[in-house]
Design a protein around this ligand. Structure first.
Ligand SMILES: NC(=O)c1ccc[n+]([C@@H]2O[C@H](COP(=O)([O-])OP(=O)(O)OC[C@H]3O[C@@H](n4cnc5c(N)ncnc54)[C@H](OP(=O)(O)O)[C@@H]3O)[C@@H](O)[C@H]2O)c1
Length: 249
């Protein structure tokens, strides 16, 4: 736990010399305050100057979309025409469905727990949207599994991948452990990789933000979000909203 008083917020969108910038903070990782304030401190070398893009949409996308983009392309090595399975449909899932499509995936299969999440997956443009219980059937022969959930849903989806299929895990929303068998992994020579934004270089992160901003500016990428004035942060925090909350000053 950081010492209090403490300002959380790992990223933000603001202005520097009249230009719109995306910036990360060290909040939660290093001593110092984050972005949930009228003014935030960022390192100049971390700033990413943005094109003409809605700053609210960009704030909602931010590092969730960076993770989706890098997990699909850099770690997941997605190539055009492949079938991608996306588990869960929060911010990462919504971004992953749209970004997979933008990279040229042939087919995007989404599997999510709630009706609301499945509605988001449909709106994000998935070709097939199923409940998590049905992911094994829907994922048959897929090339790449984009997995922010882990746990039983990831095991079921991984078991349906084609021989040599890739499985990129970037979160554990459905469980810290996953009941995958050795025979499932080895008999199909599956490749399981972990992904974290924390391993990106400043340049990789800036390049990924630039890709996200370009797609957002073109209206091709967004995630559900709610806009809340900064002085409503306490209520928004305790409400534990399902979608992204963008605080504005
Ligand atoms: N590795 C990285 O660099 C990186 C970066 C960003 C995020 N993440 C991780 O990725 C995960 C998703 O992040 P997010 O921003 O998309 O979160 P989010 O917006 O809160 O969405 C979470 C999604 O997971 C689903 N979910 C939660 N608990 C579940 C469970 N027990 N079983 C099945 N589905 C469940 C939710 O389903 P419902 O909508 O149906 O409730 C929702 O669709 C988190 O674990 C986060 O820590 C990792």
């Amino acid at each position: 736990m950081p010492e209090t008083p403490y300002v959380p917020g790992v990223q933000g969108v603001g202005t520097v010399d009249g230009r719109t910038v995306w910036f990360p903070t060290g909040a939660g990782m290093a001593p110092g305050d984050g972005s949930m304030a009228a003014r935030a401190v960022a390192r100049r070398e971390d700033l990413v100057f943005l094109p003409d893009v809605d700053p609210v949409v960009m704030a909602a996308l931010g590092l969730s979309a960076v993770a989706a983009h890098m997990a699909l392309t850099w770690r997941g090595e997605l190539v055009a025409g492949e079938t991608v399975v996306v588990l869960g449909c929060g911010a990462v899932g919504q971004a992953a469905i749209q970004l997979a499509r933008l990279v040229g995936a042939g087919r995007v299969v989404a599997a999510a727990r709630s009706v609301q999440a499945r509605d988001r997956a449909v709106r994000a443009g998935a070709d097939v949207v199923v409940a998590l219980e049905d992911v094994a059937e829907a994922a048959q022969g897929a090339d790449l599994l984009l997995d922010p959930l882990f746990g039983p849903p990831a095991a079921a989806a991984a078991g349906a991948l084609r021989p040599g299929g890739r499985w990129v895990n970037l979160g554990g929303s459905a469980g810290e452990t996953c009941p995958i068998t050795s025979s499932t992994l080895r008999s199909r020579s599956l490749r399981l990789s972990g992904y974290t934004n924390n391993e990106l270089t400043v340049q990789q992160r800036a390049d990924a933000i630039a890709v996200v901003a370009r797609h957002a500016a073109e209206g091709a990428l967004t995630v559900d979000h709610e806009v809340v004035p900064l002085d409503g942060v306490t209520d928004a925090w305790h409400r534990n909203s399902r979608g992204r909350v963008v605080l504005i000053t």
